[in-house]
Write a new protein. Structure first.
Length: 127
């Protein structure tokens, strides 16, 4: 395509205006707030929060009556998966597995948290 002198001049003026506008936007985009300290931040971060999963074992899961056990399992597996994505520290506990009274963590959750150690207690009270 061959442009006349007037069209070439108009195109170069348009390009110059575009560059100037873009440079102006770049200057505005470079300003930011100071980095927040994750340990003191009022928002939850992996530096000031943890996910604690207490006794997600078959007996405990199937005695919950406030929701369907399948929904409960899906919810906790999704929660644990998201915690791993955001690199949130995870604490997983069980009760009476080592002495044979209860089975271990439900398999669906254990699969997602295969690299998270489980802390077994011999008392029901986790506090």
């Amino acid at each position: 395509m061959v442009l006349g002198k007037a069209a070439q001049h108009e195109l170069s003026c348009f390009s110059l205006r575009n560059i100037q506008q873009t440079d102006h936007l770049k200057e505005e985009a470079m300003t930011s707030l100071p980095m927040r300290d994750p340990a003191k931040d009022h928002l939850l971060t992996p530096k000031n929060a943890a996910l604690i999963l207490i006794d997600y074992q078959p007996l405990q899961i199937y005695t919950v009556q406030s929701m369907e056990s399948g929904k409960l399992i899906n919810n906790v597996v999704t929660l644990a998966s998201l915690a791993k994505v955001f690199e949130l520290p995870i604490v997983l506990t069980t009760v009476n597995v080592s002495n044979g009274v209860n089975p271990d963590t439900i398999p669906q959750l254990k699969k997602v948290l295969s690299d998270v150690p489980s802390y077994d207690r011999t008392q029901i009270n986790s506090w």
